[in-house]
Write a protein that binds this ligand. Sequence first.
Ligand code: HEM
Length: 329
Amino acid sequence: MDGVIAAWIGTHNALNSYGDDHRQLRAPIAAALTRRRVEAMVPEIESIVQDVLDGLGAHEDVDLVQSYALPIPHEVITRLLGVPSEHLPAFSAAAAGLFDTTASAEAVGRSMGAVLAILDQLVASARDRPEDNLIGDLVRAADASESPLSNTELRDQLMLIIIAGTETTVHAIGTLLVHLLSHPDQHALVSSGQVSMDVALAESLRLKPPIAAVPLRFAVRQFEDSRNGEQFGEGEIILIHLAAAGLDPERYADPERFDVQRADTRSLAFGYGPHVCPGAALATREVVIAVTRFLERFPDARLAVAPEQLQEPSSFISNGYRSIPGRLA
Ligand code: HEM
């Protein structure tokens, strides 16, 4: 396989590993993203959000993706990693390229190449002198382990965090804004405090999760799906559609409806089992702060086009909106 899928599965990182190998790769990432660490980051997230909101102030018509949903997670991730923000455009291009499942192998190679070169440098300097940031934590954990990671493996781990932590959160912010701005009754329930923004986010993630499917899973042994008797042989490819699970009519009544008061808003948006997203607490905090502060600052904001006209990414992996034309006043 080449192109996009190779970039997803041809790397050695937490997402693609299994058993002890997975535990070893995941532990330092999960340790950097505990609820306590995330709570300590809240003032920084608030300040990033205020800066981005201030930048919007002078405009009436904006693309809410480019001007709002995108800069916030990018700034958060670079501060978390301790990466200079001048690298943001290259990271953005690589993330967008990796999620575009219609891109050619050459296009993916080009955008990836730029980022891998930056990450190689960051890993080399962190190996010499690990600092007090997530890259430093990963290097220390890698060096302390029984089977130390190579620089390439460390780089692939960083790439995973950047990719997993940005494009996803961009779509989570954008999609929640679209859902609330296009459903005034649901918006009113949230702004009056009857329903929390956390619950509105959970409902938005159920209805349209930023990751529709995670490529790829492989059967580690032969098994049978107990629901329908389907057989899977060892090594067989599995693509699980998380987005479809959120629309299961056997589980959710009227599943296509955005309803912040539904009894059960739990979903598979952050995955399930040993690989469940370790960034969920951070992402939730970021999205809730970003959307709450936006609606406080611009209470009359509205979409400039009907939601059905919004363009979606050309991807079977990422799920959201490429751009969201909005009117702020
Ligand atoms: C709303 C935003 C986000 C969504 C919807 C999301 C969703 C997911 C999903 C579906 C998986 C795969 C789980 C599985 O295979 O069962 C995953 C894994 C992962 N996510 Fe997130 N994610 C988000 C934000 C973040 C953030 C902010 C970070 C880090 C800063 C992050 C880091 C990771 C990592 C490192 C993995 C791989 C974990 C492993 O394989 O053990 N994610 N995420």
